[in-house]
Write a protein that binds this ligand. Structure first.
Ligand code: TTP
Length: 192
């Protein structure tokens, strides 16, 4: 049985989008970057921590558990989810008009095996005036989203350029996930 270790409704929707059959296991993993941990190592570790926390919570011999983490990265700086409107505005001020990376890692664990994949996408948001940033943050869309924006929402109006994986920016790299699930016999294309 496949489980998704996530509280994110988007990850659920994304996994449903490819027709996977799964249940959700709730995990609460602290997302704190260690000193000297590179952004990529941090994202990979948190994805793995979420999957392992799900496996430990279930304690089922045949459970396969998927965990994922997505962060917005500018240079060496990791932008997680803003907690206040001021934080969201601050992130968007830094991101508007420049290209940043979105690192998204997915981890599949089983009692005896684990697989993983990490996607690095590049996104450039258009320049935004202070008024535009304030209006965007007022929609509430920033909250619960790394970097304070949602590519799948109104922020799409400001996405000038994207290279990489759209689904990974939204929270789960679907191609890489499908390849891993397929290798584990948990997904086949065309299965309803
Ligand atoms: C950049 C970007 C991020 N996001 C979201 C995806 C993730 O849900 C979130 C990053 O936070 P995460 O810590 O990766 O995930 P989460 O806390 O939402 O869920 P869980 O740990 O329980 O699985 O940002 C978007 O929805 N759209 C975007 O354009």
């Amino acid at each position: 049985m496949l489980y998704l270790a996530s509280q994110s409704p988007r990850r659920r929707q994304l996994l449903e989008q490819i027709g996977a059959t799964f249940r959700v296991v709730r995990v609460d993993v602290p997302e704190v970057r260690a000193d000297h941990e590179s952004p990529e190592d941090y994202v990979r570790r948190v994805a793995r921590d979420k999957a392992c926390a799900g496996r430990d919570a279930l304690d089922e011999d045949d459970a396969w558990v998927l965990g994922s983490d997505t962060e917005v990265v500018l240079g060496d700086e990791v932008f997680g989810k803003p907690e206040t409107p001021a934080q969201a505005c601050g992130m968007l001020k830094r991101l508007a008009g420049v290209t940043h990376r979105v690192i998204s890692s997915v981890w599949l664990v089983h009692a005896e095996r684990e697989e993983s994949a990490t996607c690095i996408s590049h996104v450039r948001l258009a320049s935004m005036s202070e008024k535009e940033i304030d209006a965007y943050v007022e929609t509430g869309e920033s909250f619960g989203k790394a970097g304070g924006y949602a590519i799948q929402g109104r922020a799409a109006a400001y996405v000038e350029y994207l290279s990489g994986s759209y689904s990974a920016v939204m929270g789960l790299p679907l191609h890489e996930t499908a390849v891993m699930l397929s290798a584990a016999g948990l997904w086949a294309s065309g299965r309803a």
